[in-house]
Every structure is written in structure tokens, then in C-alpha cells.
Design a binder for this molecule. Structure first.
Ligand code: GLA
Length: 666
């Protein structure tokens, strides 16, 4: 009998990380009763429970987990059962000191937090497989089991001798011989030529700038190494019961530890953990971007569409630099439903109950230190009821005709300290483009290079620094098939090894764009260059020579006075735009609105007032999220699924509120 997942029957997943190992059984019963009251149907169990499951090597204590899963099953709540391998117990580290990770500075870390292991260490991998096998043997057919949740947020790194040896093996497979590696890494520079594989190491701390090709390949290698740690657990869990889907939760944020698009091929569900860092409207912008990223990985990374799920989010507070910011009333619901609008199979929180001690004792929780008689718990119960009303609607395809290309390796390559400016940031540029479109009301897909672009009218390359020949072909095919293109500064400058494509920037796309860039002029942090036609450019500028393109906006002042800043080239019936600076937010919004408009792309809900986020889906649902503190009127017709009210031409969305309209198809 295949195991049912919450999304199989059309219901949305709702719940979060639950840590019964931190509490006595009477609290488990209280928790499960509260979960039922809140409409919870899925909880993640056991993420960091290794020392409770295997207190000594080879001695397993699983009775408590039996009770927990039985209790959940009796209550009709399903489990995303985790393998606890993100936090090996102290006995493991003491027994296998050579499996502790080594930093780039050569410091071997000690036990005391979590994630202290080297993913290339055979002892760690063997111990991880063993505990996963024990769980698989015991629970693969447990009726509460809906999903295997392998590990937690793969992303640690290591530079130990074992890692170094594994890196060499990976390089041998990638390059075949040393000549190819020397060529890819341009080791003719600074006397770095390798004459024996034994000379090649991981990019440890060194005297001055490290080799960019070596750094980039190390990131790729490490992503693959972590992936193999995941897939070996996945394979044994799958073998125990092929009907149960397997996943691992992706960490998002400034730190992009692995190539999530590549990983999407190996999961049955893309799971993201999202914690916005902004406290203002930036939190909503980040939420929409994260959700669109996850949707892109789920739809395009895998080669086959898989569902995606918001696996962790904060119920009550937002982490910011230096303090926790309490979410304003309504915000938790809006953040949660913004993910659902964009296709998430549900909403999961970190965490269900706040612990009394431990490093994250003050992290937000549904059941806080104050108990359940709180605003956060009541809001969580309201959200559970709302998700119940949306049962049968998940996960729907989103209507989007703009695609933003996103590529982990381009982000890694731009972080090299030898770039012409510090803080160059491909994910940040992708987010800036997404933000500008979000403010224009235009929904975008965020896709890995190479993804099918059917239905895409405008493709945007935001500082997509690396361009392999395959990526260049992909972009060309889109334009030659009549698609519009918008390319921003730093895109297509280098090949997949981070070697500059010569002859003028951006080497990969010069002819498509009808421009040749002679030189970069990076700007200082406080520098703003006026642009003709209004607005300013920041961070970066360039000497652009038109070679067929028309100038849409020129630099107005400074050393580039009068030279093109933004250009547009006609290719067949479409346009290929080049943006050689980072326009300020308003200018970017206007520019992208124009580029989208010329490509025939309209806002998702043209009549929605500013501050109302609209997402239209192919299943006929229109999500409206009011991020303002005033009621907002939106043209719509159909049935509001959250209130049951008929909408007849116009709907008022409450301040900070959400409406989900099943639209009448005229
Ligand atoms: C991550 C982890 C959780 C927890 C939260 C705190 O997402 O997966 O274990 O540490 O962050 O924000």
C-alpha cells in the first residue's frame, strides 16, 4: 500500500519541526492535542536526535520514537521522519577525531555545537548510513510516515587530507589529465603549473589571492560530495519502501553552500527553509523571491516536475542582524500564504515548541515559552483553518512569462576577491531584478540555465557571470525563437572555468546585444551616476560601444558622460537589452516594466493597487496579499475561498490581509 503524503489527497501540509526528545511524554500528549487544535497534519521529527537514538555506538534506543510515531498516527498527523546525521553525538567525535572538519586555516574543529563532521570522512559516512539503515528498517512501513527528511541543511565544509584526496579524484574524473586542469585553471599565471596530481590541493589559506578556477571547482566538488552523502542515505531509505518520498531541506540566504538546482534531480520534493533577513517590505520581497526560486528548482532542476514545500519558517520572529524582530499581526499568515500562492505544498515552521535551554532557546516557536495562550498560537490555529479551506488547491502552477536565470556557480565565481569590485553578487542581482518585477506586479519564474523556456517571453540574465557554451546556446535559442532578452552587467563575461571570454565584454552575448564593452568602471559605495532620462546607476558602470544597438539611456556626468548605459538591440521581432549599471529601484522597475511590456507581458492583476501582491495561477486561483495597513480594493470576480463570499467585480482585502479567489472563467 503506497504511503499517502498530505499533498496526495490535495491537502496542504501544515506543521513544523517537533522535538519530543527534548520533553517528557506528558508534554508530547499536550503537543499533539495542540497540533490537532491548530490543524497540523505533518511534523518533522528526529532532526537532531542522534544521541537519543544511539546513545552509544551500536546501541539503539528507539522505543520513545515508536511511541511518538504511534501517537502521531493515532491523532491523524503524519511524520517527516528525519535522519539525525547533521549532529553526530559526542561519542562519535571522540572515537573518530579524524572525522572532525578542518577549516581553510587548518584548524580542526571540536564537538560542541552541531554539524561537526567531515562529509568525506569514511567513518562519518559509515555511521550516518548505519543510523539511517536502522531507522529505515524500523519505520519504512510505519503508517505515520509521509516523507523521509534526510539530514538538515547540507552546507558544512572541510579541508582535511581526506577531503583533499577526494578533491583530486573528482578533478581526475572532470579533467582526465593534468594538462586539461592546468589549462582550465590558467596555471601559467603566478607559476602555479602542476606537474603531478599530488601537488593539487583544496584552496586552503594562502599568502594572497587564490586561483579562481581552483576555488570554483572546489565549490562544485564539495556540492557533489555533500550530494553523495545525501544520495547514499536516500537510496537505502528508498530501498526499504519505494513508495515513501525522500528529501532534504535546502538552506537559503547569503550563503549558497551547494548547487541546489543540481540537487533537485535527486529529491522527490524540493524543501526550502526560509527566514527573511529584512524587517520592512524587504521581507515580503525576499519571501516572493525564495518561493519563486524553489518553484524553479522543483519544476526545472529535476528534469521532472516535483512538488516543493516551505519546510522551515519562523512563526513569530524574523532574524535580523543583531536582534530578533517580532512579526507584526498578519505578517506570519501573509508570509506563509505567499509561499503557498507561489506553489508550495504547504507551510512548515521551525519550530513547534520552544526549548527551555540549548543554543536556540529564544528562536521563535508556535508554542512559545509562554505556552499556547498567545497571539502566535492563535494565529497559527487560524492559519491551519485557512489552509484547510484551501485543501484541494495544491500545488498549482503559477502563471509567469518572465524568467530570471539563476546559477549557484556564477554566484561562487563572483565572490573571488580578485574581482574588479568587492561584494559582487549574482544572487543579489537576481533578487534585485525579481524585486523590480515584483513591484511592477509582474510574476517571474527563477530558473537554472538550460531550463525549458516554453511560455517565457522575456529572459533576464542578472550578473550571470559564467557562460558555458551550452548556456550561450540556450540563450541564443530563446532569442532566435522570438523571445526577448535582458542582460545585466557582468553576465557572460567568463566561461564555465571563470576564464574571461576575450574580444570585449560580455564575450558570450556581444553579437546578440549589439554592443562591445571596452572597460569596467566600478563605482564606490556612495557613488551614484545620473542617467539620461532620469534615475541613477550604482555599484558599476562600463565603457559601452554600440555595435548595432540603440542607446536607451546614457551616463549623464562623470568620465562616461554621454556614453550608453542602457541599450536595446533589435533581433527579429524581439529586443535584446543590455544594462551596464545597477539602476536605482524605481528606474529598474520602470525599465523592466517596459521590457516586459514590449515582450507582451502584463502584471498578474493589472488593477491591483500598489502594496497588493497578486499571484495568478493556472488552476484559476488569484492570490491577493495586502502588505499595506489600509483596506485595498482589487478588481476580481469569483469565490473567496477563505471567507466563502462571492466576489462580484471588486474585492476589499483587509489591511495586512489575504484573499484567495477562485476566479470565474468568462
Ligand atoms: C535552520 C535550521 C534549524 C534552525 C533554524 C533557526 O533553518 O535548519 O535547525 O537552526 O535554522 O533559524
Amino acid at each position: 500500500m503506497p504511503t499517502k503524503t498530505p499533498w496526495d489527497d490535495g491537502s496542504l501540509c501544515y506543521g513544523g519541526d517537533w522535538n519530543p526528545e527534548q520533553w517528557p511524554p506528558d508534554v508530547w500528549h499536550e503537543d499533539v492535542a495542540l497540533m490537532r487544535a491548530a490543524g497540523v497534519n505533518l511534523v518533522t521529527v528526529g532532526v537532531f536526535a542522534w544521541s537519543r537514538l544511539e546513545p552509544e555506538p551500536g546501541r539503539y534506543t528507539l522505543d520513545w520514537l515508536d511511541d511518538v510515531l504511534d501517537l502521531l498516527h493515532a491523532a491523524g498527523i503524519r511524520a517527516a521522519l528525519a535522519t539525525p546525521t547533521a549532529s553526530p553525538p559526542p561519542w562519535f567525535s571522540l572515537r573518530h577525531p579524524d572525522a572532525l572538519p578542518v577549516t581553510a586555516d587548518g584548524v580542526r574543529l571540536t564537538h560542541g555545537s552541531r554539524d561537526t563532521y567531515c562529509a568525506a570522512a569514511p567513518a562519518y559516512r559509515a555511521a550516518a548510513r548505519s543510523i539511517a539503515e536502522v531507522l529505515a528498517a524500523r519505520y519504512a512501513h510505519h503508517p505515520a510516515l509521509a516523507l523521509w527528511h534526510v539530514h538538515n541543511e547540507y552546507g558544512t565544509t572541510c579541508h582535511c587530507p581526506r577531503t583533499e584526496a577526494a578533491f583530486r579524484r573528482w578533478l581526475t574524473t572532470r579533467y582526465g589529465d593534468l594538462d586539461a586542469l592546468n589549462d582550465a585553471w590558467v596555471t601559467s599565471f603566478w607559476s602555479q603549473h602542476y606537474s603531478d596530481w599530488a601537488q593539487v590541493g583544496t584552496p586552503r589559506a594562502t599568502q594572497y589571492l587564490a586561483n579562481p578556477g581552483q576555488l570554483l571547482d572546489f565549490r562544485r566538488f564539495w556540492s557533489d560530495t555533500l550530494l553523495s552523502a545525501y544520495t547514499e542515505q536516500r537510496d537505502l531509505l528508498r530501498a526499504a519502501n519505494p513508495a515513501v518520498p525522500v528529501t532534504t531541506n535546502y538552506v537559503l540566504g547569503d550563503w549558497v553552500p551547494v548547487d541546489h538546482a543540481r540537487w533537485a534531480r535527486e529529491v522527490d520534493l524540493v524543501a526550502i527553509d526560509h527566514y527573511p533577513s529584512a524587517t520592512d517590505l524587504g521581507a515580503e520581497e525576499q519571501t516572493a523571491f525564495a518561493a519563486d526560486l524553489a518553484r524553479g528548482w522543483a519544476r526545472h532542476g529535476a528534469g521532472r516536475p516535483v512538488p516543493w514545500l516551505l519546510m522551515e519558517s519562523a512563526p513569530n520572529q524574523i532574524h535580523t542582524a543583531g536582534r530578533m524582530h517580532t512579526k507584526e499581526p498578519g505578517r506570519m499568515t501573509r508570509h506563509s500564504l505567499a509561499h503557498v500562492a507561489r506553489g508550495s505544498a504547504g507551510v512548515m515552521f521551525f519550530q513547534w515548541r520552544a526549548p527551555a535551554g540549548g543554543a536556540e532557546r529564544f528562536h521563535s516557536a508556535v508554542v512559545s515559552h509562554a505556552g499556547a495562550d498567545t497571539r502566535v498560537f492563535r494565529k497559527a490555529a487560524d492559519l491551519g483553518a485557512a489552509l484547510g479551506r484551501l485543501a484541494g488547491t495544491a500545488p498549482g502552477r503559477v502563471q509567469a512569462a518572465v524568467a530570471i536565470a539563476y546559477d549557484a556557480a556564477s554566484g561562487w565565481a563572483l565572490r573571488h576577491p580578485g574581482m574588479p569590485r568587492d561584494a559582487l553578487d549574482h544572487p543579489g542581482e537576481a533578487a534585485a531584478v525579481h524585486r523590480a518585477l515584483w513591484h511592477a506586479g509582474v510574476t517571474a519564474d527563477v530558473v537554472p540555465p538550460g531550463a525549458p523556456l516554453d511560455g517565457c517571453r522575456l529572459l533576464v540574465l542578472p550578473a550571470l557571470y559564467l557562460a558555458s557554451d551550452a548556456t550561450v546556446d540556450w540563450v541564443r535559442r530563446h532569442v532566435h525563437d522570438g523571445g526577448h532578452l535582458l542582460v545585466t552587467w557582468l553576465s557572460g563575461v567568463a566561461d564555465e572555468h571563470a576564464r574571461v571570454r576575450l574580444g570585449g565584454y560580455p564575450g558570450a552575448y556581444r553579437d546578440l546585444l549589439g554592443v562591445r564593452v571596452e572597460q569596467f568602471h566600478p563605482l564606490a559605495d556612495d557613488e551614484h551616476v545620473p542617467l539620461s532620462g532620469g534615475g541613477t546607476g550604482r555599484i558599476w558602470s562600463e565603457t559601452v560601444h554600440p555595435a548595432g544597438a540603440e542607446t536607451i539611456s546614457a551616463y549623464a556626468g562623470g568620465v562616461l558622460d554621454g556614453r550608453p548605459a542602457i541599450t536595446r538591440n533589435r533581433v527579429g521581432d524581439a529586443y535584446a537589452w543590455y544594462v551596464s549599471t545597477r539602476p536605482d529601484d524605481d528606474t529598474y522597475r520602470r525599465l523592466l516594466t517596459e521590457a516586459a511590456g514590449l515582450a507582451g507581458v502584463a502584471p498578474a492583476c493589472p488593477g491591483a493597487p500598489s502594496g497588493v501582491e497578486a499571484v495568478r495561477r493556472q488552476d484559476g486561483l488569484l492570490y491577493l496579499l495586502n502588505h499595506t495597513d489600509r483596506p485595498q480594493r482589487v478588481p476580481a470576480a469569483g469565490l473567496d475561498l477563505l471567507t466563502g463570499a462571492t466576489v462580484d467585480g471588486e474585492l476589499t482585502v483587509a489591511p495586512g490581509g489575504v484573499a484567495v479567489v477562485r476566479e470565474e472563467i468568462p
